[in-house]
Design a protein around this ligand. Structure first.
Ligand SMILES: [Zn+2]
Length: 312
């Protein structure tokens, strides 16, 4: 590329239109296939240059293994294998500090130096949170793409609304409301990005499942009833007595593609006797992939050559 040059091991230079040559920290290798790049500024004032490359697909194990992934409220994601994953957000101390800073910011006089300083401090903490979330998404998507041949996720377009309206506070304690609101936003943002990255890394191996009733249906016998979901965290089947972590149970339903649609549904709550399907032969369960899904789809297939250059 003639718009990018490496000056030394750690320093590169990139040509930005209307600005000229700008140095950046060469944080990782840039493949030769790079065609474009963009310069962004995050909320903490850090500028990044991101070179667009399509990431090489990650090979699955080739064993035909299928996993279902459920976006949880209690944890960030539950796998049908029983694993519970959570996005590392801010630690308790950091979250408290953020809350304190935001309160002070609300009281600070407009256009004062104090206000400006507080804004920077708040932005830095929030950027830290975003960094951790993105890192988690990259690691998790690679790991899922490597471990499983088919990755089934819920189609969030349908469920997102229903769930967020239902969101409750699980545990009493300090700042729970602020924290749970924070966690929810982390989760929704992280989830969209996770699905997008999965589709990049495991092209053709990600399937979106209609999530209707996945949280009410028993993963063992298929019995569906609203009472099955005892609480946010516990699933207990009224028909067969099966007990499970509620999110894991939902993930198992997603893994077998067991969903009750309006057509094949059982409004009376009869057992849905549908065999687990390990081959995705049913086209009606496939959901079109929306190109605008996710937090920042345009920015996603990129390498980051980030640096802490400006905005301090
Ligand atoms: Zn059951």
């Amino acid at each position: 590329m003639d718009h990018c040059a490496r000056l030394s091991r750690k320093v590169g230079e990139v040509r930005v239109p209307k600005i000229g040559w700008v140095r950046f920290r060469w944080s990782r290798d840039i493949p030769a296939c790079v065609k474009s790049y963009r310069v962004t500024r995050d909320r903490a004032g850090r500028r990044h240059v991101a070179f667009a490359v399509v990431p090489p697909p990650v090979d699955g194990p080739g064993t035909g293994e299928i996993v279902g992934v459920d976006r949880g409220i209690v944890v960030s994601a539950a796998l049908s294998t029983g694993e519970l994953l959570s996005v590392p957000g801010l630690r308790d101390g950091e979250a408290r500090r953020l809350l304190r800073l935001e309160r002070r910011l609300a009281r600070a006089r407009r256009e004062s130096n104090r206000r400006r300083r507080l804004k920077v401090a708040v932005a830095r903490l929030k950027a830290r949170e975003t960094d951790r979330r993105k890192d988690w998404v990259e690691k998790t998507s690679t790991s899922l793409a490597r471990r499983f041949d088919v990755i089934r996720v819920e189609n969030l377009n349908v469920r997102g609304m229903a769930r967020s309206a239902r969101g409750t506070v699980e545990r009493p304690g300090q700042n729970v409301r602020a924290k749970s609101a924070l966690n929810r936003s982390i989760q929704s943002a992280g989830w969209g990005r996770l699905v997008t990255r999965l589709e990049h890394k495991a092209p053709g191996r990600v399937e979106k499942i209609n999530p209707a009733y996945t949280s009410q249906t028993c993963g063992a016998c298929g019995h569906r009833a609203a009472e099955n979901r005892k609480s946010q965290a516990v699933f207990h089947c009224r028909a067969c007595g099966h007990r499970d972590h509620a999110d894991v149970n939902a993930a198992r339903n997603i893994a077998v593609g067991r969903t009750v649609t309006a057509r094949g549904g059982s409004p009376m709550g009869r057992p849905v006797n549908r065999e687990p399907q390990f081959v995705s032969s049913s086209p009606k369960r496939r959901v079109e992939i929306s190109p605008t899904w996710g937090e920042d789809v345009i920015d996603s297939p990129t390498l980051r050559c980030g640096g802490r250059r400006a905005g301090r």
